[in-house]
Design a binder for this molecule. Structure first.
Ligand code: MOS
Length: 752
């Protein structure tokens, strides 16, 4: 099919590129409805406290203030996808700095911001718990009823002690990873208004219009048909817009006042109150036999979810699922805990629990290879998962497994095969160069819950098609990829494809744009829609023209059968005249894998794989590490748009470099000290090396044109590849992120 492809796999310029490059695209934060109310949020001043009294009377008397809202205005004041533990507005207690307590709606931004300061809250401070290990103890102050361990899981198979006794090399280490802030260009932002049909309409950055709608109607106790959610172009999400931010607050203001509203978090609010990547403590004892086979992995995983669970239960299960890396290990004992603290709320972030455990595992693997005197890539290849192998949750891999191909590709890159040449390059005597490798696996699609998506296609009177789905354009390029798949399936020019996305009023539910799932789901649903359209059109033609059709297909803007040909526009007009429906939908549901007892996460059926290679330079005087070259190899199935793939992998590599080296949140007693991009440093162009992107196209036969997901795989192996490269350069291993100059400096100092 792809051999003759016109659109799939081609370098088609993104339709939204031109407008975005010129700054014309309207994001939610660019929207200013007429007569709007500006909303500001009063947030907790304590990381943990009982609320004794909330007094809004002074704020209400401030100039321009129209209304002030507290928990008393919220009918069902708890929400959350897995656990309803999070208040829309805090009532009896605050659990982290930044927890929202009240909203002010005023005529101007300044009015709202001044009045929010006048809200009086009496607190009774409670013990602050910020260390997850302390939080787990029975003696620790409970942040929620039921204690601070929100989820605990243990997965075992085989016998680890037997595995270790069969091992020649055993390494045991503790790794720690820090929180990571998404730092998207556009902070959490939205507007709301009553639409022409009288519905409360929220237009806000997000990753799932239907789930946002559900959270709004269930907390405000409204019928779903009264609330509409639209997600316009979003200025970055990376998982950070998977959870509710401004949506319920906006709906509340418009519901109670009848007026449009606007709520845009500033950078500091985004840093404090947006969700984060889970900080982790991962202990691993890993063994390998004399001939280089991984024999056992004994693992303890502690993820700090902060004040609320958000998507943490699923994140923890993804951590368990991926903690062995892309390797077959016969004996495992994995214990995992998701723990409440008074830190910022952790939830989804690109990789969704995998980067932390892979940071640990890929360093374990490197140490084992070294102890056994084996080449690190050969060691990984020997242990690499193959089709038919069993994964952590006991499920058998029955879909595409491209890790061996990724490792072969890594072996063949000059950076690996001629690494001595790279390392021999002389700069200054105090600069040492090293090369490191790391591999990764991650399931795509949801896994834990039923996972289905619907797309509809409408034949337009001008001969084009409109493709409708609730996927969201968070910068990743799904609108473009869906356009290319639609143009291919319906055999029309790409300019004839109109995409309508992410509007609960206009688009069917394609479910969440996360878990690297949306291209796969939307593409497969489109395939169903195309089949259904053929059936629908065949019926119409047979009835209208009184002829028998068979082998009906789409061909260059025509519907073609034996002895029959009609253009899309003629057909659409004929259907319109007859009053026949021109919109047809298709649904794809991910086949489910049987869970093993004790795991919330139904194991994934589909996995993507990747390998990163990093060249580092370590300044032995200052401890500073730079990355002059990075190779990102990813098995993403068939590539739909090569530019989009490159964009995803380069972006992920940059974010991975930030996680590894730069992003250093300073948190003291639950209080974030680095509340802006001037102190929380993300990579700038000068920190980003030449990134070589190598797609490995191991087609997934059940994917659209063989495609898998791309979104997350690129980031996962970056930090451990850099860690391994640092060891290669200077013989020290930081075992924690970020690998700052200070950390490396002291390791080097203590080494000699
Ligand atoms: Mo993602 S981290 O599943 O939005």
């Amino acid at each position: 099919m792809t051999a003759a492809a016109r659109w799939v796999g081609k370098e088609v310029v993104r339709k939204d590129a031109y407008e975005k490059a010129r700054g014309l695209t309207k994001y939610a934060s660019d929207m200013f409805p007429e007569n709007l109310l500006w909303v500001a949020t009063h947030r907790s001043k304590y990381p943990h406290a009982r609320i004794k009294r909330i007094d809004v009377s002074k704020a209400l008397k401030m100039p321009g203030v129209v209304a002030v809202f507290t928990h008393r205005d919220v009918p069902n004041n708890r929400y959350g996808v897995f656990v309803k533990d999070r208040p829309v507005l805090c009532d009896d207690r605050v659990r982290y700095i930044g927890d929202p307590i009240a909203l002010v709606a005023a005529e101007t931004k300044e009015d709202a911001e001044s009045a929010v300061e006048e809200i009086e809250v009496d607190y009774e401070p409670l013990p602050v718990v910020t260390d997850p290990i302390e939080a787990m103890k029975d003696s620790s102050y409970p942040i929620h009823d039921g204690g601070n361990v929100s989820r605990r899981t243990r997965i075992t198979f085989g016998d680890v002690s037997k595995g270790f006794s069969q091992s020649k090399a055993v390494v045991e280490n503790e790794y720690r990873t820090s929180t990571q802030i998404h730092a998207f260009l556009e902070t959490e932002a939205g507007i709301s208004y009553i639409d022409e049909k009288g519905r409360i309409t929220v237009v806000a950055g997000g990753q799932s219009p239907y789930r946002d709608q559900h959270e709004i109607v269930s907390t405000l106790n409204l019928p779903p048909e009264k609330v509409r959610v639209i997600i316009p172009q979003v200025g970055g999400a990376f998982g950070g817009k998977d959870d509710i931010s401004v949506q319920i607050h906006l709906a509340l203001v418009t519901w109670k006042t009848g007026r449009p509203a606007r709520l845009v978090w500033d950078r500091e609010e985004s840093f404090l109150s947006g969700t984060k990547r889970h900080p982790s403590i991962v202990k691993m004892k890993t063994g390998a036999s004399a001939d280089g086979r991984l024999m056992a992995n004994d693992v303890e995983i502690i993820y700090d979810t902060g004040a609320y669970v958000a998507l943490g239960h699923a994140v923890l299960d993804v951590a368990i699922e991926n903690c062995n890396g892309p390797y077959k290990i016969p004996n495992i004992d994995i214990k995992a805990w998701l723990v409440y603290t008074n830190n910022m709320v952790a939830s989804a972030f690109r990789g969704f629990g995998a980067p932390q455990v892979i940071f640990a595992m890929e360093q374990q693997v490197d140490q084992l290879a070294k102890e056994l005197g084996m080449d690190p890539v050969e060691f990984r290849l020997l242990n690499a998962l193959r089709r038919g192998d069993v994964m952590v949750f006991g499920n058998r891999l029955e879909t595409s497994v491209g890790i061996a191909k990724c490792l072969e590709a890594a072996k063949n890159t000059p950076l690996w095969s001629r690494q001595a040449d790279f390392k021999a390059v002389k700069t200054y005597p105090w600069i040492k160069r090293g090369v490191g490798v790391a591999a990764a696996v991650k399931g795509y699609t949801i896994g834990a819950l039923p996972d289905r998506g619907t797309i509809s296609v409408e034949l337009l009177l001008d001969g084009g098609i409109a493709v409708k789905g609730s996927f969201t354009e968070i910068g990743q390029g799904v609108v473009q990829s869906v356009s290319q798949i639609a143009a291919e399936l319906f055999s029309v020019d790409i300019d004839k494809v109109e995409i309508v996305f992410a509007d609960t009023d206009k688009t069917p539910d394609t479910s969440v744009t996360s878990a690297s799932r949306q291209l796969f789901l939307a593409g497969n649903a489109l395939k169903e829609a195309a089949k259904n359209m053929i059936k629908h059109v065949a019926q119409f033609i047979e009835k209208t023209y009184n002829i028998k059709v068979d082998n009906l297909r789409f061909e260059n803007g025509y519907v073609v059968g034996r002895d029959f040909k009609i253009s899309f526009s003629e057909l659409a007009n004929a259907m319109a005249r007859s009053g026949v429906e021109r919109e047809v939908s298709g649904t794809y549901e991910v086949p489910r894998v049987q869970p093993i007892p004790g795991s919330l996460e139904i194991p994934h059926l589909f996995y993507m794989f990747g390998v990163s290679l990093a060249l580092v330079e370590v300044n032995t005087l200052t401890g500073a590490v730079s990355v002059p070259k990075l190779v990102s190899i990813a098995d993403v199935g068939k590539v739909i748009n090569p530019q989009t793939l490159t964009g995803q992998l380069e972006g992920a590599a940059a974010q991975g470099i930030g996680y590894a080296l730069l992003e250093d949140p300073k948190i003291e007693n639950g209080i974030l000290k680095t509340t802006n991009l001037s102190t929380y440093l993300i990579p700038s162009i000068k920190d980003i090396p030449e990134i070589e992107v190598i797609p490995v196209e191991d087609a997934e036969e059940s994917g659209p044109f063989g495609a898998k997901g791309i979104g997350e795989i690129g980031i996962i192996s970056v930090a451990p590849a850099i860690a391994n490269a640092i060891y290669d350069a200077v013989g020290v291993r930081p075992k924690s992120t970020p690998m700052t100059p200070e950390k490396i400096y002291w390791l080097l100092k203590n080494k000699c």
